[in-house]
Design a protein around this ligand. Structure first.
Ligand SMILES: *[C@@H]1O[C@H](CO)[C@@H](O)[C@H](O)[C@H]1NC(C)=O
Ligand SMILES: CC(=O)N[C@H]1CO[C@H](CO)[C@@H](O)[C@@H]1O
Length: 509
């Protein structure tokens, strides 16, 4: 009712009171409560463009909660944006009304020109999307289905600690080490492909593709996103250069998908395929051409979609263990009892790596609590705000895994950080396992500590994070010390080449 009155008062400034009264009454009587959720007043045409920050957007949207309540809205360049800052509307709209909210906003450049609209993350809600989800659910949607991937996770986690051990006294390249470990885990899991240590052709292709994905999705960079008609503009016209860039990106995108798929087909033909998501699907199901098409894309998408969030979470784990040594000690004392149930959830909560998720878009117009939500509204759910709302968690800025231990009513971050409904991340189980194995392996052999300079002065890392759709910790230096002499021996053994070869042959055999 309050918002109605607000709208009413605003309009009264523009129109004669009598006209508004008639309009209000007919609106109120005929179509009860059709109005947009509350939000700031904007300028004509550009709307609230000028207030919009170029980075750390989740903090900007979080302010809307205090100003306008849990559900608010605004307009930027005539695009209606709905902002959900608490859990209830996320569950109600994105979960319970999932059929209506499972679309993605149209993306002429990244989606249609570069072709990311075939990949899971940007695919419109339809048959291709449903076929991909079905395969993903069948082959790793459940705890039981992901068991077969444990071996790859463990092999790569051991390789990671062996490499950390070599850098030991001054680890500066954590990001690169984690990227190679998690990248290899994902490739083994999805295609049974074991990448080479350096310059692997598929990894290189992937990295290029992922980089181009973020470039292609940068808001405001590609004019064709605001004027889709430009899609038909020939590349040779002045200003048509985006077409050439688009075709180049498209080639990387297609190549990485086709090459990985062809690899699996060949391995199956020569009867030497390692167990993987793609080989399991190809060998167990008799697949129609449409399903094969879906398989090709879902397998590729899982890698591209899984890598960055897992990487950001794993490096946040290192950061948190160094900043909160008492938590590290506790986790080491009770590795299994503590890491799974409390440490990983707190890392997910403390630093929400996908703070705003990925925008949704309703298939058809909807009404929620009397608010009008037109078709094609951009729907943002602010997971960062939910994770840092004192209503949900005491002292939300503190890092405190204990909040998830024992009898607790703290909401498990898994309930929201992976999204909702039909667009909930299909890799949730597999990512949880991968991160658990990495965390447990690292903590069982290392004490992670502040980096010390030549004078012995300690330099604690800062709890600072980079902007982006996926937000990573800023790079930091630290020290990885073997916890005991047994740990040191083990690390040295893992590091020796022979250990590597034994593992390779075990995996092949
Ligand atoms: C979307 O919501 C509207 C209004 O609530 C409803 O009439 C329509 O059936 C919904 N569409 C789908 C696909 O669920
Ligand atoms: C997006 C993407 O990452 N594509 C592929 C990269 O290469 C590996 C090799 O098997 C595939 O697993 C990915 O699908």
């Amino acid at each position: 009712m309050e918002y109605l009155i607000k709208e009413f008062v605003q309009k009264a400034n523009l129109y004669a009171a009598g006209v508004v009264l008639v309009a209000f009454l007919s609106l109120y009587l005929l179509r009860p409560g059709l109005t947009y959720p509350p939000g700031p007043r904007g300028w004509p045409v550009i709307g609230n463009l000028l207030d919009y920050p170029s980075e750390y957007e989740w903090l900007y949207w979080a302010k809307y909660k205090a100003l306008y309540g849990p559900v608010s809205s605004t307009t930027i360049l005539r695009k209606r944006i709905l902002v959900l800052n608490t859990l209830e509307p996320c569950i109600e709209l994105l979960d319970k009304r999932s059929a209506n909210y499972s679309n993605r906003p149209r993306a002429p450049f990244a989606g249609e020109i570069v072709g990311w609209d075939k990949q899971l993350v940007m695919s419109p809600y339809g048959d291709h999307f449903r076929a991909m989800r079905k395969l993903a659910h069948k082959h790793f949607g459940t705890k039981a289905a992901v068991l077969i991937y444990h071996e790859s996770q463990e092999v790569e986690a051991r390789r990671l600690v062996a490499k950390l051990h070599v850098q030991g006294t001054e680890v500066t390249d954590l990001y690169k080490l984690l990227r190679s470990a998690i990248g290899s885990i994902l490739m083994r899991m999805f295609h049974g492909y074991i990448p080479q240590e350096d310059g692997d052709p598929l990894i290189t292709l992937n990295e290029t593709a992922v980089g181009e994905f973020y470039e292609a999705n940068k808001p405001g960079v590609w004019l064709v996103d605001s004027f889709p008609i430009l899609k038909h503009m020939p590349a040779w016209l002045p200003g048509g250069g985006f077409q050439r860039i688009g075709q180049k990106y498209r080639k990387t995108n297609v190549d990485q998908t086709e090459m990985a798929y062809k690899f699996v087909l060949d391995e199956i033909q020569y009867k030497r395929a390692l167990p993987s998501f793609a080989s399991a699907a190809l060998e167990s199901d008799s697949m129609s051409p449409d399903e094969q098409h879906a398989l090709k894309y879902i397998a590729a998408a899982l890698y591209g979609g899984g890598l960055n969030p897992a990487l950001a979470t794993a490096s946040t784990f290192f950061l948190a263990m160094i900043l909160f040594p008492e938590v590290q000690v506790k986790a080491q004392e009770e590795l299994d009892r503590v890491i799974g149930p409390s440490c990983l959830p707190e890392i997910h909560r403390w630093h929400t790596v996908l703070p705003l998720g990925i925008p949704r878009c309703p298939v058809e117009g909807d009404v929620y609590q009397g608010y009008d939500i037109p078709k094609e509204t951009l729907v943002l759910s602010n997971y960062w705000q939910i994770a840092h709302d004192p209503i949900n968690y005491d002292s939300p800025m503190d890092f405190n895994p204990d909040r998830f231990l024992g009898q607790t009513n703290a909401i498990a971050p898994n309930k929201y950080i992976f999204g909702f409904g039909r667009r909930r991340c299909p890799g949730m189980e597999v990512t949880g396992d991968t991160l658990f194995v990495i965390m447990a392996t690292v903590l069982s052999v290392f004490r992670l500590r502040n980096w010390k300079d030549a004078d012995g002065k300690e330099h604690p890392p800062k709890a600072e994070f980079l902007p982006g759709i996926v937000t990573h910790p800023k790079p930091f230096q630290f020290l990885a010390e073997p916890r005991s002499s047994e740990a040191r021996q083990l690390l040295e053994m893992l590091h020796s080449d022979s250990a590597d070869k034994i593992e390779q042959s075990q995996l092949r055999g």
